[in-house]
Design a protein around this ligand. Structure first.
Ligand SMILES: Cc1cc2nc3c(=O)[nH]c(=O)nc-3n(C[C@H](O)[C@H](O)[C@H](O)COP(=O)(O)O)c2cc1C
Length: 476
């Protein structure tokens, strides 16, 4: 049987990584407690119950995947507390999962816990659930932050899952914001070009794998298969009667409805992953026709914010780092040793690649290629290439390499006009198109005289071993 959200929470509790919180207010308290929790390096998942104004049992869970141990649980991997270990295991697993995708198409079933309660017509009410107001300047309450929006390509029938923020605009209408070219937005546009409404289902509570895979740049139509390959069995889905879309049978809450071609509404602002409030934007809307929910439903929240107070970022950095590494290797570029989307910048703003330099221009080639993959995300800002003696996941090590190995006038190049987004805080509000520049920084020792570069004052393993053996009591 597939694990559901409740199984995952049981496992998190088993490794002492689940905290219950009773009596918080949906208005700013859930958001603030979650943000403070994310400042703690080893932060547990938080399960809120007895939320102000709501009956007991109508719960919210946040911080479901912001540490290596919780992400190991989500991905069905041995539990580790180290970023590097998890990244290594993930890199080993990715090719296996990707080779098995065809075996794990979702399995249609006729019933499941999600059908326990159904609200239709006049009973539809998004505020029946304790939807948080996460940040004080948010333009409202966001029901979709740790969710997956399910859409279908009308031409190919392909099903995509994507995490695109969803605001409860009123009890029956949601706004969804998608950057151009997101797969969900391409599906929406295809329906609208034909003058038809776009069917949409939004799962807002489920095993965290469903949300986390929706939030990373996988090939369109692969999220359900990916989840199946990771779990070793297909995801069970029920075909929703209203939209015909496949929804996870063990989701906690699913909203279904239609996005009409001729309506937009102002949505936002929302405190975003960039660490700033994004502007409020005219977005397409979803007219909700039906809500399915389990008894005692759990809404999954993942509030963004200034790092490290950004719930989605750890998983996103880790998963995208592993996939980007593979994509680079597939281009044929040799000796890529590590790739890391820095958590400290919430991901794409500063990407580090480490290589063992093999030829003149190797570092620049690695940087240029890295800057252009969709997996790298946008807006990109800095790509830094370091030698293989630098740990790309250790920001202090990276900054040391930049400070000591870069001659700015020689080693920094600027790419102009790279795709960005209106969430980029550095793009003026009046702009109509969203592009930005990316600096590529070669922080490797100069290739021509790398072997004559001053020797770094580092510890030598054999000496360390001898000293540790002699000075055991110091515990160093
Ligand atoms: C918590 C969280 C919220 C996100 N919100 C949005 C959003 O509002 N709009 C958007 O276009 N992308 C958003 N993203 C990024 C997308 O989920 C990501 O680009 C994903 O790959 C989109 O799915 P797709 O590749 O199938 O289009 C968010 C990611 C996370 C982790």
């Amino acid at each position: 049987m597939n694990d559901d959200l409740r199984d995952y929470l049981g496992k998190a509790e088993g490794i002492d990584k689940l905290k219950m919180i009773s009596g918080a207010d949906w208005n700013l308290e859930i958001g603030t407690i979650s943000a403070l929790n994310l400042k703690n390096k080893d932060c547990p998942a938080l399960l809120f119950d007895n939320i102000k104004d709501y009956p007991s049992g109508f719960r919210v869970v946040t911080c479901t995947g912001s540490t290596p141990s919780l992400v190991s649980l989500i991905l069905n991997l041995p539990v580790t507390r180290s970023d590097l270990n998890l990244l290594g295991t993930l890199r080993e697993k990715l090719p296996q999962w990707e080779s098995e995708l065809d075996r794990f198409k979702p399995e249609e079933v006729s019933t499941g816990p999600i059908l326990e309660n159904v609200l239709s017509g006049k009973d539809v009410d998004l505020f029946k659930f304790p939807v948080p107001q996460y940040h004080s300047l948010d333009g409202g309450r966001y029901i979709g932050t740790g969710h997956a929006v399910i859409t279908k390509d009308p031409d190919t029938g392909e099903i995509n899952l994507g995490t695109y923020r969803v605001q409860a605009l009123d009890s029956k209408t949601a706004g969804w914001y998608m950057m151009p070219n997101q797969h969900g937005d391409i599906h929406r546009a295809k329906y609208h070009e034909k003058g038809k409404p776009c069917p949409v289902a939004v799962s807002v509570g489920h095993h965290p794998l469903i949300f986390r895979l929706g939030s990373v740049e996988l090939p369109s139509g692969m999220e359900y298969q990916y989840a199946g390959a990771i779990r070793g069995e297909p995801v069970k889905v029920i075909i929703d009667e209203v939209t015909g879309l496949p929804i996870p049978a063990d989701s906690e809450i699913v909203l279904v409805g239609w996005c009409p071609p001729d309506k937009v509404r102002l949505e936002g602002p929302f405190g975003e992953w960039t660490g700033y409030y994004g502007r409020n934007i005219k977005t397409p809307i979803i007219e909700i026709e039906r809500i399915y929910y389990r008894n005692d439903p759990i809404l999954v929240g993942a509030s963004p914010g200034k790092p490290p107070m950004c719930d989605g970022i750890y998983f996103r950095s880790l998963f995208r780092s592993a996939r980007l590494h593979d994509e680079l290797v597939k281009t044929g570029i040799p000796d890529v040793k590590g790739v890391w989307l820095t958590k400290e910048t919430n991901g794409p703003f500063l990407i580090v690649v480490s290589i063992k330099q093999r030829f003149a221009g190797h570092a620049k080639q690695a940087a240029l290629l890295t800057s252009q993959f969709r997996t790298a995300g946008r807006p990109g800002r800095f790509v830094v290439v370091v030698d293989d003696d630098i740990d790309p996941t250790d920001i202090a090590d990276v900054l040391w390499a930049m400070g000591t190995r870069v001659d700015p006038q020689e080693d920094i190049d600027i790419i102009r006009g790279a795709p960005s987004t209106e969430l980029d805080p550095r793009i003026p509000r009046e702009a109509n198109t969203y592009v930005n520049s990316i600096a590529i920084i070669n922080a490797c020792k100069p290739f021509e005289w790398k072997d004559d570069f001053p020797v770094s004052v580092d510890l030598e393993e054999d000496i360390v071993e001898k000293v540790r053996a002699k000075w055991k009591d110091l515990d160093i």
